[in-house]
Design a protein around this ligand. Structure first.
Ligand SMILES: Cc1cc2nc3c(=O)[nH]c(=O)nc-3n(C[C@H](O)[C@H](O)[C@H](O)COP(=O)(O)OP(=O)(O)OC[C@H]3O[C@@H](n4cnc5c(N)ncnc54)[C@H](O)[C@@H]3O)c2cc1C
Length: 666
């Protein structure tokens, strides 16, 4: 059977051994072959030769001479599906109809993609909320560690628990403990709660955020918390596509919108993305199809173990070692790695990246992004703190912990005897049955008693390092991301532009959004334009620069990405620098993350950096809080017995502990 079909710049040749696809316009770098051993002899061949003159035999000969890249037999049928879709998508923007014989060779799920429609280049404003739908069902075929079952009702003695740190981890711990009937006090050194996802209102009425926050559709622990506290309607669902903005306003998309769900929507997204060229997509297909992500489809627990084992290698090493290539890293993976961990693919562990991709591949909605409808203080931490108060919990802001007081029992077991706290000119020792440090990396390092470093669990924490990050907000007198209609971008009556998280490989900020569009309730201001929030990664070079210089540099880069914004004026700016934010998820660091239960029986840890199966994130912080609460409840009865044996604090020790100069704990 010989069928030849000419479509755009491609020619499909149905040889006796299967379909071949030739590309007429070729550069050396795009020379390659797409194939899958599962459907033997199916290939896409880039060749500068006139296709008509190349026979199957000549093709095979080329393979032998190395003129064509041969794919390994590891390539699975998933790769074939991917390849087929990649092929159809690269046929240009026209709808194309392949011959029925060729279509019949494609996997069923991809036959429909032979009719390829160009991805939409404009995103539509869509305001829908609620967590009733479009959340990945983590209850089914999901690793248990990531989505623990509901805790059993606690029946042990009521504990008085003191928590330091009122970020998401501290608040999640408090909610769980209060629901189990315990008494909870949270102490926060800052004047506002929320930690890294906190925000406050400045004198001009602007909400200043610690950073840009997006919620993946697999954040079930956080969604569970938001539903409890009645804040589930505060999330706006964005279009199911990941948008890359390239220099000059060129938009690339990783578009998950598809009739069929996981894993096909992911295959379709990667196959059709216009952020990568065909050759890069082929190399991506190779790497991803040989990753633990494929195992996750049938065996999520096993895949999680495989992913954990990949903590020792960087994502770049793993990706390139599995057939991926450098230009895919630069154009697509680096912005994503920066957004996830504030470091690039050469520095981030493969575990960190693959944890997310396993979700994307197996759960349809995992890659769907949500953003708050306004500022975190009003829409996230506010409702959680209200719930805590309604349940009888107490939150004490501006109360910083200066020291963890500790002693030993007669048999040498260490125990915490109190937290030394201060607020402006007040100071006190807080005593409790259980003590929780729900701090960030610099906070916990500063507070841990040095003598406790003889325990590996505590000593390992000092191997974790925080990554610097700088978040910039820029207000404009027009709409920065509106690139189609200059007139619209200049009016100030209606918010217009790209309503989603945006990535870029061409700027010092890897991810950003126009908050006036994405989170309008507190950021859209009548008579004003875009409020761009941009995350500078790596943040190191910007840390020493004055805020006005940073704002100007970022404004320049915004205008390089969006030429249509060149006439707009930046009318206001704010810069937030965090010297040590997320822990650096570098290769080999995961084993150093501490468990929530420690060698000190009445001292527990929470925080996104502590041991939990997710990455350092809002979801990880929430999960760590659930785990901390579970460990405390497990210890309930024995802890009460243990506490009964503890000697009373020597008044001289208490006096000495409070003998310090007043100063704010930062
Ligand atoms: C710029 C930026 C963007 C981000 N974007 C995202 C995102 O899009 N999606 C996502 O999921 N995650 C994101 N994250 C990560 C997420 O914000 C964190 O992982 C999470 O909020 C950490 O919560 P936590 O409670 O563990 O720690 P923190 O939020 O750091 O809370 C620790 C708290 O302890 C307090 N504290 C410290 N020392 C003391 C002391 N001695 N006494 C009393 N209190 C003390 C601190 O003030 C702080 O409030 C982002 C982070 C940043 C910085």
């Amino acid at each position: 059977m010989k069928v030849r079909l000419t479509i755009a710049e491609y020619v499909i040749h149905m040889g006796s051994s299967g379909p071949y696809v030739f590309s007429r316009n070729l550069t050396d770098s795009s020379r390659g072959v797409l194939a899958a051993e599962s459907v033997r002899h199916s290939r896409v061949v880039h060749s500068s030769e006139t296709p008509n003159s190349v026979s199957s035999e000549e093709l095979l000969e080329k393979e032998e001479t190395g003129g064509i890249l041969r794919l390994s037999s590891m390539v699975t049928s998933a790769a074939m599906a991917y390849a087929s879709s990649a092929l159809t998508s690269s046929m240009g923007t026209k709808q194309v109809q392949l011959s029925s014989s060729f279509r019949s060779k494609l996997p069923i799920s991809f036959r429909s993609s032979c009719r390829h429609v160009a991805p939409t280049r404009r995103l539509h404003l869509r305001v829908s909320s609620s967590l009733q739908s479009m959340v990945s069902d983590m209850g089914r075929k999901a690793p248990k560690g990531l989505f623990p079952p509901e805790p059993e009702n606690y029946s042990g003695p009521k504990l008085k628990v003191a928590i330091i740190g009122c970020g998401l981890a501290g608040m999640s711990t408090a909610v769980e403990l209060l629901e189990q009937g315990h008494e909870v006090d949270i102490y926060e050194s800052r004047s506002f709660i929320g930690g890294k996802v906190g925000s406050y209102v400045d004198r001009g009425g602007n909400h200043i955020e610690m950073g840009l926050h997006v919620f993946f559709g697999c954040y079930n622990n956080l969604f569970r918390l938001l539903t409890k506290v009645g804040a589930d309607d505060n999330l706006l669902v964005k279009e199911h596509t990941h948008t890359f903005v390239n220099k000059g306003g060129d938009i690339g998309e990783l578009d998950f919108r598809f009739l069929i769900g996981a894993p096909f929507h992911g295959l379709k997204a990667f196959a059709t993305t216009n952020q990568l060229g065909l050759y890069d997509k082929i190399r991506n297909a190779l790497a991803l199809s040989t990753s633990p992500v494929v195992r996750a489809l049938v065996d999520p627990e096993g895949a999680m173990e495989d992913i954990r084992d990949l903590d020792k290698v960087s994502f770049s090493d793993w990706f390139i070692g599995h057939g991926g290539n450098r230009s895919s890293i630069q154009r697509m993976w680096d912005p994503i790695a920066y957004a996830l961990g504030f470091i690039d693919c050469d520095n981030i562990s493969a575990r960190c990246m693959l944890t997310i991709f396993a979700f994307f591949a197996t759960k349809t909605e995992a890659s769907l992004l949500r953003m708050l409808n306004g500022s975190p203080d009003l829409r996230l931490s506010g409702p959680i703190s209200q719930y805590i108060k309604d349940k009888g919990g107490r939150i004490h802001t501006r109360w910083g912990c200066r020291e963890v007081l500790y002693d030993h029992t007669e048999d040498g077991t260490p125990f915490v005897s109190g937290f030394v706290m201060s607020k402006a000119t007040e100071k006190k020792i807080v005593k409790a049955d259980a003590y929780v440090a729900a701090l960030d990396i610099p906070g916990i390092k500063k507070l841990l008693p040095q003598q406790w470093r003889k325990y590996d669990l505590f000593d390992n924490i000092y191997k974790l390092v925080g990554v610097p990050v700088v978040t910039v907000q820029l207000r404009y007198n027009g709409w920065v991301t509106e690139m189609q209609d200059v007139e619209k971008s200049r009016q100030l009556t209606k918010a217009v532009g790209l309503d989603n998280l945006l990535y870029s490989a061409d700027a010092d900020f890897s991810c950003f959004a126009d908050l006036a569009l994405t989170s309008p309730l507190d950021y859209y201001k009548p008579g004003e334009g875009s409020l761009m929030q941009l995350v500078l990664t790596p943040g190191d070079p910007y840390m020493p620069l004055p805020n006005n210089v940073i704002a100007e540099k970022v404004d320049e880069q915004v205008k390089a990405l969006f030429p249509s914004a060149r006439g707009l004026e930046m009318t206001w700016s704010s810069v937030v620098k965090i010297g040590q934010s997320l822990y650096r998820e570098a290769p080999g660091m995961d084993p150093y993350r501490p468990d929530q239960k420690t060698p000190v029986p009445n001292f527990f840890l929470a925080g996104s950096y502590t041991k939990q199966d997710y990455i350092d994130s809002m979801e990880g912080a929430t999960l760590s809080g659930r785990q901390a609460s579970a460990r405390i409840c497990e210890a309930g009865a024995s802890l009460t017995e243990f506490n009964k044996m503890l000697p009373a604090m020597d008044p001289k020790v208490a006096e000495a502990a409070l003998d310090f100069e007043y100063s704010t704990v930062k």
